[in-house]
Ligand binder design. Structure first.
Ligand code: ZN
Length: 498
């Protein structure tokens, strides 16, 4: 066997271990009986240890060194070698006892975060968070970086991402979206939400609505599933087996539907991965930012458009004939675009959401560099909410303690949410140039042309090239906030008559 085939065979093994872990994780969230929790933790820890051992075998390093000398490789081979090198370096740069210590500390600090949040007391979480920040700084130092320490952590969630790339994106949002939200608030205009809040929305009806719309968009239920879980997610081992979940609230039908469209978007990306690259790193999705662009595309860019609401209204009426009496497509459209600054990120609307992320990004950047310390966090948090959203949390639970991410050391993760929003607008703008009848197609429920465009320009490209290169290849431009800002301004100014 030549070096390249040997590398691919080893990578396939590692990929299979990860696929099995993914299925166990899905089962844990969706089906597993509660008593199995401790056993499942052991199984998952064995899976992750086995995967790590296979990835860090010295032979992989030797093969990479041989292959990196070659200059007759094609695009896919180069991609596989680049990605394997990246995973191998990341896995071998961290000392084994550091990885074990971090894993132990993650469990401990998630428990103290849960308690602190429930009891609205930051001091319960303070020491564990301080240790987690310290460990994350150390992790960044082990991984290495060129410019600033935080870059090493950003790169874990989107390859090649750095502060110097992200700063201008958030600056564009801060300068344009924060004033837009202020104008909406000053306008005093509000859509009529009474038809939403004065009704009960049965779980069965919401399930039917979610299922119909997910099918219509193009999710293949012969190669995937829809289930319910407390924290919605999309997972599954392979394009033939993609599983997403949602949750239902009988007081609010939008959460499950838009959550379903979000996860359907993730699922479509997974189902569209290039099949000839199964088990190869280049065949996988291209990082969290691009993944999020596909979910946000269907959830927001399409799902909150006027044309989509016109198409979807009869389906709403089919599942909720009583509740939807007298509700027009325009009412629906206005209600799903309700803008209001709120304290909780996961409940935020499309306009304010990225400001929540911008605040977290600025805080993480300063925290990892040492410009601020853990004791400064609660007040820094509240002051930034005041400055950019005009609201202050009455307590820590709704403030600095609301997100789980920092408790397991996921510094650098948040920005990928906003990248997803920006990429989705940029991709749709590019797609529209080749799809002149886009609006009319959405109004008729013809989603295939847009899905095909994404299949060709995004999904089928796997991880062959870096995420920012993929955006450039698909849209002709570097990642930029411009299309998103314009999209939001146009819609919000019209809706709120600004
Ligand atoms: Zn998502």
């Amino acid at each position: 066997m030549n070096a390249y085939d040997e590398l691919l065979a080893r990578l396939k093994d590692i990929d299979l271990v990860g696929q099995i872990g993914g299925l166990l994780g899905w089962d844990q969230e969706v089906l597993m009986p509660p008593k199995a929790a401790a056993l499942r933790a052991e199984q998952l820890s064995w899976i992750s240890k086995t995967g790590h051992e296979k990835l860090t075998e010295a032979r992989i390093g030797e093969l990479l060194e041989i292959l990196e000398q070659k200059d007759d490789l094609d695009e896919i081979q180069r991609g596989n070698i680049r990605l394997a090198r990246d995973s191998y370096d990341k896995a071998t740069k961290l000392p084994t006892d550091f990885v074990a210590e971090m894993a132990m500390h993650k469990s401990k600090s998630q428990i103290s975060w849960t308690r602190a949040r429930a009891e609205n007391d930051f001091s319960i979480f303070r020491d564990d968070l301080a240790k987690m920040v310290e460990m994350s700084r150390k992790k960044a130092d082990y991984l290495g970086y060129d410019d600033v320490r935080y870059d090493a952590l950003l790169d874990l969630y989107e390859s090649g991402l750095t502060v110097s790339r992200v700063d201008p994106l958030f600056a564009g949002l801060r300068e344009n979206v924060a004033p837009l939200v202020k104008k909406v608030m000053q306008s005093g205009t509000k859509p009529d939400m009474s038809w939403v809040h004065n009704n009960t929305w049965s779980k069965e009806g919401q399930e039917g609505l979610s299922q119909s719309i997910s099918e219509a968009i193009g999710f293949d239920f012969n190669a995937g599933r829809r289930d319910a879980s407390t924290h919605p997610f999309c997972g599954g081992p392979n394009p033939d087996d993609v599983r997403w979940t949602t949750r239902y609230d009988e007081k609010d039908p939008f959460g499950s539907l838009y959550g379903s469209m979000h996860e359907t978007g993730h699922g479509l990306y997974e189902q569209g991965r290039p099949r000839h690259l199964d088990f190869q790193p280049t065949g996988s999705a291209n990082g969290l930012g691009i993944h999020e662009s596909q979910s946000r595309l269907w959830e927001n860019q399409i799902g909150r458009s006027r044309e989509f609401c016109e198409w979807a209204l009869p389906i709403w009426k089919e599942y909720f004939p009583e509740q939807m009496k007298g509700v027009s497509a325009e009412d629906l459209w206005r209600s799903v675009n309700f803008v209001e600054p709120s304290l909780i990120r996961v409940e935020a609307d499309e306009a304010t959401y990225n400001l929540h992320i911008m605040i977290r990004y600025e805080i993480e950047k300063k925290l990892i560099s040492g410009e601020i310390e853990v004791d400064d966090l609660p007040d820094v948090w509240d002051d930034m909410y005041d400055e950019f959203l005009g609201i202050r949390s009455p307590n820590r639970t709704l403030g600095v303690l609301q997100d789980i991410h920092w408790s397991f050391g996921a510094f650098g993760y948040f920005p990928t949410y906003t990248l997803g929003n920006l990429y989705s607008a940029q991709l749709l703008t590019a797609a529209r140039k080749e799809l002149p009848n886009h609006d009319e197609q959405i109004r008729k429920g013809e989603f295939t042309p847009l899905l095909e465009w994404m299949r060709k320009n995004v999904h089928s490209r796997g991880s062959i090239i870096e995420p920012s290169e993929l955006i450039k290849e698909a849209t002709g431009d570097e990642p930029s906030p411009d299309d998103f800002v314009k999209y939001l301004q146009d819609k919000i100014e019209f809706l709120y008559e600004l």
